[in-house]
Design a protein around this ligand. Structure first.
Ligand SMILES: *[C@@H]1O[C@H](CO)[C@@H](O)[C@H](O)[C@H]1NC(C)=O
Ligand SMILES: *[C@@H]1O[C@H](CO)[C@@H](O)[C@H](O)[C@H]1NC(C)=O
Ligand SMILES: *[C@@H]1O[C@H](CO)[C@@H](O)[C@H](O)[C@H]1NC(C)=O
Ligand SMILES: *[C@@H]1O[C@H](CO)[C@@H](O)[C@H](O)[C@H]1NC(C)=O
Ligand SMILES: *[C@@H]1O[C@H](CO)[C@@H](O)[C@H](O)[C@H]1NC(C)=O
Length: 196
């Protein structure tokens, strides 16, 4: 992070060209640009600021890197974009209770700091990308109340067995087959109408 900023400053001051140093802000702005936001909850998301840390619903760490996105019940429509996978320190992606659709981008699996992924009560479709099995820090996964289909990747069950995943709520979707509780640790809550 620090070296990235240094390189940016060098390019700007030495080479004298306008280089965009706000890469996390750019990633978030790429997401904003295709969201429909009737309640203007993203009004403060100004991409010309030096970083996104003063934007509402965005939290950063002491190094000005994004750690939280809190956009639950915000009446947003649109998609998750692959650029979100660039938020290397993101720990909480909270977008429950919106009207988001489309699939989970494979690049979300790059968010190895992610602790909580809450997509509950949206209109998401498609299969769960296997890349989510890379989310070694994940302890809370809520997919409840969407239109996800296909099978739940076995890599996610490995996160339950060997990783930190404690809550995995997949209920009220269109997943194929059944989810067996037997494979899971006792602390895990997994709820599916078809669960056996
Ligand atoms: C959400 O946005 C829609 C328009 O897209 C609007 O009709 C509705 O009233 C909004 N709901 C809330 C709770 O703000
Ligand atoms: C929900 O999203 C879909 C697809 O983007 C859109 O057609 C629809 O109008 C949205 N509904 C509301 C209530 O915002
Ligand atoms: C995510 O990781 C994949 C490799 O798994 C890589 O090809 C891609 O560039 C990464 N994407 C982002 C947005 O960092
Ligand atoms: C869970 O257990 C069932 C039988 O108890 C087995 O068929 C299935 O492959 C297991 N699933 C995973 C992901 O380990
Ligand atoms: C999982 O989703 C169901 C259905 O909405 C809900 O009743 C339950 O409380 C959820 N569990 C967790 C742990 O979030």
């Amino acid at each position: 992070m620090a070296s990235q900023i240094l390189i940016c400053l060098l390019l700007v001051t030495v080479v004298g060209v306008a280089v965009d140093c706000n890469s996390e802000g750019d990633a978030l702005n790429a997401w904003k640009s295709q969201l429909v936001d009737p309640n203007n909850v993203l009004q403060s998301w100004d991409p010309t600021l030096v970083n996104p840390c003063t934007w509402f619903h965005v939290t950063c760490n002491s190094e000005n890197s994004v750690t939280r996105l809190d956009l639950g019940n915000a009446n947003l429509s649109g998609y998750l974009v692959p650029q979100l996978g660039q938020l290397a320190n993101l720990q909480y992606l909270e977008v429950f209770g919106n009207n988001l659709s489309g699939t989970i981008p494979t690049a979300i699996g790059n968010l190895t700091s992610l602790v909580s992924l809450n997509l509950q009560h949206n209109q998401f479709t498609g299969v769960i990308p296997t890349s989510l099995g890379n989310l070694i820090s994940l302890s809370y996964l809520n997919l409840n109340g969407n239109k996800f289909s296909g099978i739940i990747p076995s890599d996610l069950f490995l996160l339950v067995q060997r990783g930190n995943l404690r809550v995995m709520n997949v209920s009220d979707n269109m997943f194929a087959g059944t989810v067996h509780r037997g494979n899971l640790t006792v602390t895990t809550i997994i709820q599916d109408p078809k669960a056996s």
